[in-house]
Design a protein around this ligand. Structure first.
Ligand code: C5P
Length: 239
């Protein structure tokens, strides 16, 4: 089951490149994240492809709008029958409640399990300086905890956050709350535009349920090997 903890971000502009990555990763990866770039260019095709290959899907579209609009969007996204979907927590309690209600109602009408709903807290690319420039007067960690509690109050299943804040989220929201952490880099790897990074083992030890990894796998010369190494580090962290 630890293999499911690794979610590979298919950040590609075309279906062809995404398919090549899935094929290269083979059995090492069973969970994929489809974000804006790929969804906007080849959404339906990539979802069908992943389902045909029995892969799980996290649809990372980070919805944020007025509650009515997000609720209506979530209703149609639920029909795509993916495993996980997210919204921005800064959209507020009512927006998250609308998302949760719509997903639950639509799933019940379809007779399917509702997708897990996650709230994005503070992007892992943010550092304290860029966060403060948004006029927030608190450290990132306290904003992350406040947003995680709000997401839980709205009935969401969990949050997307940096593994640096995972232990505090776990303490504040309990053992059943899902924590999905991007910003994961194997020791010594390039951090690119990510700021609040940890290694795979650290992320698991801090209480993350799922790790989202993109470029360290998708840009590797041997994607399967890169995935296998990260899977080994996840196992190490789980011991
Ligand atoms: O290539 P890299 O491993 O940095 O990719 C991380 C992925 O996780 C990207 O697809 C990015 O959009 C996503 N993500 C993130 N931080 C968040 C939420 C999602 O980096 N808070």
């Amino acid at each position: 089951m630890t293999k499911e903890k690794l979610i590979v971000a298919l950040d590609f502009p075309t279906l062809k490149e995404a398919q090549a990555c899935v094929e290269a990763c083979g059995d090492e990866v069973c969970y994929y994240k489809v974000g804006m770039e790929l969804y906007y260019s080849a959404g339906h095709e990539i979802l069908s492809f992943l389902k045909k290959h029995h892969k799980k899907i996290f649809l990372d579209l980070k919805l944020q709008d007025i509650p009515n609009t997000v609720g209506r969007a979530m209703r149609v996204l639920t029909r795509l029958k993916v495993d996980m979907i997210n919204v921005h927590a800064v959209g507020g309690l009512k927006m998250m409640q609308a998302a949760q209600e719509s997903a639950r109602q639509e799933a019940a009408a379809l007779g399917i399990e509702a997708p897990k709903l996650l709230a994005v807290t503070v992007l892992t690319s943010m550092d304290e300086e860029s966060f403060a420039a948004l006029n927030y007067k608190v450290p990132i960690a306290s904003q992350v905890i406040a947003l995680a509690k709000l997401a839980q109050e709205a009935g969401l299943d969990g949050v997307v956050a940096s593994a640096k804040e995972a232990a505090q989220i776990r303490a504040a929201c309990g053992k059943d709350f899902l924590i999905v952490t991007p910003g994961v880099r194997p020791a010594g790897a390039d951090t690119q535009d990510q700021s609040r990074v940890t290694t795979p083992a650290q992320a698991i030890q801090n209480g993350a349920n799922y790790l989202v990894v993109g470029r360290p796998i998708t840009q590797a010369a041997d994607a399967q090997r890169a995935a296998r190494e990260i899977q080994a580090q996840i196992c190490e962290g789980s011991l």
